[in-house]
Each structure stands twice: as structure tokens, then as C-alpha cells.
Design a binder for this molecule. Structure first.
Ligand code: PGA
Length: 249
């Protein structure tokens, strides 16, 4: 049985002091032994977030990371800067990073490999645009994103990663994919991982759905056979996130 994983993606929200307040507020609400709970926060708040989450079931994750060890990369965050403070997860290839910061499938692959080398679990994002969905090429597109993201990743490593399927048209729009649409693509992703690595890896890897998840839509989404939790943006900044984490209660 795969353990569910529900992650909040705070994006560019909350100052370090607001971060402490929000973690204190959410801490009692997000207890659920059936779920791994991750808060991915802006880099500047990682240290304070780690401190604030101490002793709770909340794991702290980063929203991005660079694929080099160190050097002349102004503004970037190296993997050992994350591990040094105990960060265990990092979101890689979010569609906003692809759109606004020119991340490509190739840089996503480099970051995935680097995170794994440092023992950080990548939450690898993929997803189609509305045009791609309307053209009927969603599955082909997602398969390509997955195949490139996992180039040179071993089966053993792949099994430890998390994939987040986030249709771009559903992010921050209030337009959640239907349960059938989300399940269909998550199943296709698992099938693709099965082709690349075999059945055991496909069964082990955790696949999230993301895109306008709310307390209302979470219960139906997260019980689908191939959906192992969610990556939640807007609703992760509110007490509602407690309800999302406790979707099964
Ligand atoms: P949303 O964001 O829940 O606000 O749609 C999800 C995401 O971008 O990870």
C-alpha cells in the first residue's frame, strides 16, 4: 500500500514571520497518520519553517533547487544548502517555473538527478495546457515529460520519487479536473513508469494530483486507485488545508 502524500505549495506567499504564524495555526489541523504532510515554502523561509515545524508531523520542502553543487549562479540554491538544514523534499519543474523561468524538460531532468544524488525527494511536476488537452495530445505530452524527467534515473531511485500531475488549466483557476480526467492521466503516468522500470517501481511510485484542489474535491480525488495525494496551492495557505489532509476522516 502506498502511503498518501499531501503537499502544500506556498509559491511566492508569506514572509518568514508570517510563515511561523501559519505553521503554528495549521500544526494541530494537519495531523493524520495515514498521510505524509509536506509544506513547500519559499527559500528564505526554509530555516524558520524547519524550526516552527519541529516536533510535528510536518515535513518542510523547497519549491526549487539548482542542479550544480556550487559556484557562480547568482540567486540560485544548491542542494547541500537544503540538506544542511534538513530539507527532505523539493518541487521540480512546476509549470510556473517552466512558464516564467524557462525551465525545460532537460533542466528538470538535471535537477531530479541532482536532488536524488543528495537524498532529497523530488516532487516532479508535469501537466498539459488547455490547448494540448483540446487537441487530444495530453497523454502523449505527459509521457514525453516523464520520459525526459527520468532519463538516467535508476529504478531504485525512481521508486522513491513523487510525481505531481498538474493540468496547467486547472492551476489557480478554480477549474479542478474531473475525477475521471485526473485518474486517467495518473494511471497513464504509472503505466509509463511501468514501461520504463517494471511493475514493482510503478506500484511503489507516488503520484499526486494538483490544480485547484479544495476540501470539497479532495476526498473523491484522493481515493482514486492511481492518485496518491495532492499538490495544493491556494488552499494550502488556509485552515482548509487541515480538511484536505484529513480527507479520509
Ligand atoms: P492551486 O495550485 O491549488 O492553487 O491550483 C496548485 C499548484 O500549482 O501546485
Amino acid at each position: 500500500m502506498r502511503k498518501k502524500i499531501i503537499a502544500g505549495n506556498w509559491k511566492m506567499n508569506k514572509t518568514p514571520s508570517e510563515t511561523v504564524k501559519l505553521i503554528e495555526e495549521l500544526k494541530p489541523l494537519v495531523k493524520n497518520d495515514d498521510v505524509d504532510v509536506v509544506f513547500c515554502v519559499p527559500a528564505i523561509s526554509l530555516t524558520t519553517a524547519m524550526e516552527a515545524a519541529k516536533g510535528s508531523n510536518i515535513c518542510i520542502g523547497a519549491e526549487n533547487m539548482f542542479y550544480e553543487e556550487s559556484g557562480a549562479y547568482t540567486g540560485e540554491i544548491a542542494p547541500n544548502m537544503l540538506t544542511d538544514i534538513g530539507v527532505k523534499y523539493v518541487i521540480i519543474g512546476h509549470s510556473e517555473r517552466r512558464e516564467y523561468f524557462a525551465e525545460s524538460d532537460v533542466t528538470v531532468n538535471k535537477k531530479v538527478l541532482k536532488a536524488l544524488e543528495h537524498g532529497i525527494t523530488p516532487i516532479i511536476c508535469c501537466g498539459e495546457s488547455l490547448t494540448q488537452r483540446e487537441q487530444g495530445i495530453t497523454i502523449d505530452w505527459i509521457r514525453q515529460q516523464i520520459k525526459i524527467a527520468f532519463l538516467n534515473v535508476t529504478a531504485e531511485q525512481a521508486a522513491t520519487t513523487v510525481i505531481a500531475y498538474e493540468p496547467i488549466w486547472a492551476i489557480g483557476t478554480g477549474k479542478v479536473a474531473t475525477t475521471e480526467q485526473a485518474q486517467e492521466v495518473c494511471a497513464a503516468i504509472r503505466e509509463c513508469i511501468g514501461e520504463l522500470y517494471g511493475e514493482a517501481t510503478a506500484e511503489a511510485i507516488r503520484i499526486q494530483y494538483g490544480g485547484s484542489v479544495t476540501a470539497a474535491s479532495a476526498p473523491e480525488l484522493f481515493v482514486q486507485p492511481d492518485i496518491d495525494g495532492g499538490l495544493v496551492g491556494g488552499a494550502s495557505l488556509k485552515p482548509d488545508f487541515g480538511k484536505i489532509v484529513n480527507y479520509n476522516k
